[in-house]
Design a protein around this ligand. Structure first.
Ligand SMILES: *Cc1c(COP(=O)(O)O)cnc(C)c1O
Length: 490
């Protein structure tokens, strides 16, 4: 089982090395060339638990022993999620909602980031590397907290998280600023998410910086969804939700279903494509964007162009103009043509734009559909679904739900991926339903609970009473200096 860089066929690593390294040296992402050669046996998985399905999926992506895989999955999820099925499926009138937010930080990123540290820990033992791992992460709000929780006090790892100072919600910021753990550091930057992500990406290809770290016995890795160890766990819930529908006789085995995915960095929806490649019967993967609809434009025209204003929306975790994981899809769609991908990514870097061939676009359209919703539509959808189904959507899930409503399909069941608890974005959710009088997020959290009776997740309940431990704010140019300075604290 060998991973290679999307941009260079000669850069090959085994699964452990790919997980530990995160990103290829020249900037490419690690991919399995023969993805889909081995398929899941879906029939055998009917009626199995989340854990068992996860083990079956993981066996297709890592060369760990069955015992190691089982241990990783157990330690990642057992007792850590508030629902015993990990990702329960809820039936509404027009669709099914796949709740991915029952983990320790109430966002879907917990699913990937609970397992990644276990995969990292196991990978370290397999490559017999004596260095410790430093996880560097840029976040639009949810990844950061989920990564911090996942790696908190995990042996031989340290983690530093950078977030845009004005680009995350109050709850998200408070979650990160109150982070505990002796190996954690959190810092805000003046800039947006793309600035933070580009800054981190540059450090990953900065040889001098890496040499300096190595002299302190530290190697870099990433918890962003560019890390394959983060992506693989996300494949699991696509399979689990499908099997759920089979199990409850909503569909027959081999019936195709649609998945509607609120999308930012293209990690979540790419995991759906991986699920399809390993044998899941998928009709369409529907990519839902907010007003930063660079992906909608790309999936409908074949032109990716990030030269546009970066807009702040009520779904901030999707405020992204460079969707890193699209590169992996382009690699597969182009027939694993590394040179072609290297050229597209060079265009993107130099001009902020690339255009794929008509043939590539047609192949993408075979599997993908796209739509987007603005803030007003998002808030209207929260209200409409609350009134129609008595179900409370968060803003990101509402973007997806609006796109579903625009693309209703009577032939196939549709599953909407719900990526956050409504309480993570309380102000926007509350004001979609009720009048506000300038109350703070934490007051609104309690009011939202009083009005709707939806339970507040435990990790958010007393957040405002926790001690603020991380207050640093820096310019985006100073990330490297900051890291080298602060490393000694961890
Ligand atoms: C990260 C995130 C997304 C976007 O997921 P990608 O994998 O980056 O496409 C959507 N919704 C929420 C709540 C998120 O945290």
């Amino acid at each position: 089982m060998i991973y290679e860089s999307t941009r260079d066929i000669n850069r090959k690593l085994n699964p452990s090395e790919a997980i530990l390294q995160g990103l290829s040296e020249e900037g490419g992402l690690f991919v399995l060339r023969d993805l889909g050669k081995n398929k899941l046996n879906l029939e055998k998985l009917i009626g199995k638990s989340y854990y068992e399905v996860a083990e079956a999926v993981l066996r297709l992506f890592v060369d760990f022993s069955d015992e190691e895989i089982k241990k990783c999955v157990e330690e990642a999820y057992r007792g850590k999620f508030s629902h015993e099925n990990i990702t329960p499926l809820v039936g509404l009138k027009d669709s099914y909602v796949l709740e991915l937010f029952n983990g320790p930080t109430s966002a879907f990123k917990d699913v990937g980031l609970s397992l990644l540290p276990q995969l990292t820990k196991t990978a370290l033992t397999k490559v017999e590397d004596k260095n410790d791992i430093l996880i560097l992460t840029a976040t639009s709000g949810d990844t950061g907290k989920a990564a911090l929780e996942g790696f908190k006090d995990v042996d031989r790892t340290k983690i530093m998280v950078f977030y845009p100072n004005d680009g995350v919600s109050t709850v998200q910021k408070t979650q990160m600023q109150t982070q505990e753990g002796k190996n954690t550091k959190v810092c805000a930057i003046h800039g947006n998410f793309d600035d933070a992500q580009s800054g981190i990406k540059e450090l990953f290809v900065d040889e001098e910086f890496k040499k300096e770290l190595l002299s302190k016995n530290i190697k870099l890795s990433s918890a962003n969804s560019i890390n394959i160890g983060r992506l693989i766990p996300q494949v699991v819930y696509y399979v689990v939700s499908y099997l759920d529908l089979v199990n409850t006789n909503k569909i027959k085995l081999n019936d195709k279903v649609n998945f509607v995915v609120p999308t930012g960095n293209f990690g979540n929806i790419l995991a759906g494509y991986y699920a399809e490649q390993i044998g899941l019967p998928v009709n369409k993967l529907i990519c839902a964007s907010n007003n930063n609809n660079v992906l909608y434009d790309f999936l409908t025209t074949g032109v990716y162009d990030k030269n546009r204003d970066f807009l702040k929306t009520v779904s901030p975790s999707m405020d992204i103009l460079i969707s890193s994981n699209l590169e992996r899809l382009l690699y597969y769609i182009s027939g694993c043509d590394n040179a072609y991908i290297a050229k597209l990514m060079k265009d993107l870097k130099e001009t902020g734009r690339f255009e794929v061939t008509g043939e590539v676009l047609d192949k993408i359209k075979d599997k993908f559909q796209a739509g987007f919703a603005d803030d007003e539509q998002t808030k209207e959808t929260i209200k409409a679904i609350y009134e129609k189904d008595n179900y409370l959507l968060d803003t990101h899930t509402a973007v997806a739900y609006k796109v579903l409503l625009d693309n209703l399909d009577n032939e196939h069941a549709s599953i909407v991926l719900s990526t956050a608890s409504p309480y993570k974005f309380t102000e926007s959710v509350y004001s979609s339903l009720f009048e506000t009088q300038g109350e703070d997020e934490f007051t609104l959290m309690n009011k939202l609970h009083e009005q709707t009776k939806v339970v507040i997740p435990e990790n958010l309940r007393d957040l405002d009473k926790k001690e603020i431990r991380h207050k640093d704010v820096i310019n985006k140019e100073d990330m490297k200096k900051y890291i080298l300075e602060k490393l000694g604290d961890l």
